[in-house]
Write a protein that binds this ligand. Sequence first.
Ligand code: MIC
Ligand code: SF4
Length: 700
Amino acid sequence: MAQTLVYKILQDHLTSGQLVAGDEIGIRIDQTLTQDATGTTAFLLLEAMGVPRVKTELSVSYIDHNMAQFGPENHNDHIYLQSIARSVGAHLSRPGNGICHQVHLERFGRPGRTLLGSDSHTPTGGGIGMIAIGAGGLDVAVAMGGGPFYTTCPRVVGVELRGKLAPWVAAKDIILRLLSILTTRGNVGCMVEYFGPGVASLSVPARSTCTNMGAELGVTTSVFPSDQATKAFLIAQGRGDQYVHLTADKHAEYGRIVKRLHAQRDSASIDNIKDFCTEVDIEPASDPGAADEGMLDVSFGHVVIDLGKVVPLAAGSPSPDNVSTIAELSGQKVSQVLIGSCTNSSYQDLMLCAAVLKNRTVHPDIELGIAPGSRQVLKMLAANGALADLVASGARILESSCGPCIGQGFSPAEGTVSLRTINRNFAGRSGTTGDMVYLVSPETAVAAALRGKITDPRDMGETMDIEYPNIEAPQEFSIDDGMIIAPLDESASQDVEIIRGSTIVKPPAGEKLPDPLKGQVVIKVGDKITTDHIMPAGSLLKFRSNVPEYARYVFNCFNTEGSPSFAERALAVRDAGAKGVILAGDSYGQGSSREHAALCPMHLGVGVVIAKAIERIHQANLVNFAILPLTFVDAADYDRISEGDELVVHDLDEAIVSGQTVNVSNATQGFEFACEVSLAPRQRKILAAGGLLNFTRQGG
Ligand code: MIC
Ligand code: SF4
């Protein structure tokens, strides 16, 4: 049978299960990546599992997130990470070497390999033909120890690219187009596969922009074929020998895509889908009307994007799928522009910006920040003079790190518009409450930096007499791995002292949930709650290695002065002998892979999340830390439950083992409702054991 590329790579790595969409499969992991904000916990957990040496082909520990270094915490983490990498046989990419995904693509990514990373943008590696998946640190620790990664065998969403992008239109516009079609909801359990004649025109960094932001679709990963462009990139990185040609079989079949849309509210999206998909049948849901509130199931075949028709786009706060054309937004005043992050900070991205800014000055009303994605990029810009052009234009050159993308500095002024080439615009992520962030391409960002307002970059010829700079992919990148510390030999590594500063605190282990489980709703939140809402980053990121301290800030954005915080309320419930319950709407836990969004609530005694839907990585993290994820059988029950309600979950042990629905009684309001325990077979065992750490210790 003709196979998709996704299934070919999965087949090569399958350790258990069968390639049947929806079934649980285990896959062998060739490479792992960790970054300091999640990696410190991942390595502490690796230690707790008693793994003396990593068993993967390659494991790289990056230091790129926590670089602000207010106080000793971050540097303590860096020193710990360096010592543990030496001890367990991982590579360490030192601070200053660049953002994990960019560096991994440059120096380690290999077509056909699997990569598991404790960061949700690990799918960046799909641009070079890898199956690259983001997961919680504990899952990555298990993979470092040689264990398989368990996931749902995906439905493969096909995206056919035709034609070629017009000048001033970029890869970022392709992925924003796809986000406008598929949205951030309803794609759990899918992987995206790009194919078609348009693929050849995109360089590896351009492809990686698309796969990086596939994370925002909520899919497990996205992948491009490995072809001549991949070969050229690998040769230019001095790794031509690692090239393999990879593509889907002719006539491979992609899964049909089903989107549940609200007939009236979403009619614009329905038209949008019609324009961009090969087949569209719009049918009413089985029982439209009151219960379904006029929902429509829209089912369609693979997506076709004609690159020649893509126009410059922007996603406005607070969601990456809130997409408009730049033409619609044109003229809006902008006060800040940020070019960087793991999405758009490659050599070609920044060379384009340098060429546009050369001999010009940034608009007086704009602050422009540029963070090169890696030391390789920065060195090359410095060597060829482009850095001097950027500096001369008035751009502020920021460190090669995550920085402002995660709210560490460069926050915009209140009530002003910030244009960013990053991948997320969740409310407040920039560090400013009520922020107005647009996610855009480097082309659109640099146009605004010069004009002080949102400007269609295609007008730059007319308005500023700037011709489109055609930046070719370099034949040879500057290769210097001097900031990557290679692992020691096994014998030498035994003498390495592991250095743990006082701010590095052993993470708590989970414990088995009681049956029956008595709980109390500590918070009721709405739809699309991201992990940034649950566990804020920015200036609090430095507490990542100290769960008791970091836990004080769970749901900090919902705390109000003068009232008990979420943490205080949860601890009161815990001290009263019950489990805390989080009640949530649709797409709960969107965004990052940070397991602290489970670990810290667990520390506060939270035992259950009941939601309309829970996102993939977060659901896995909940299970790993022994928090029961439940979804409503009837979403309308959400409205009948209030904060403070006492709930009892009956026959939990049985439900966890059998996978049947559970009955929950609301003791405060006197009614019962049913919830799904929608877990894969292995997740049931993990939950029954009291979390992944206990499960692994018990030999699971
Ligand atoms: C993010 O972009 O939100 C982060 C910070 O990279 C996270 C990881 C983390 O929270 O440390 C992610 O994407 O997984
Ligand atoms: Fe870093 Fe931002 Fe990329 Fe996350 S999305 S890895 S914070 S650059």
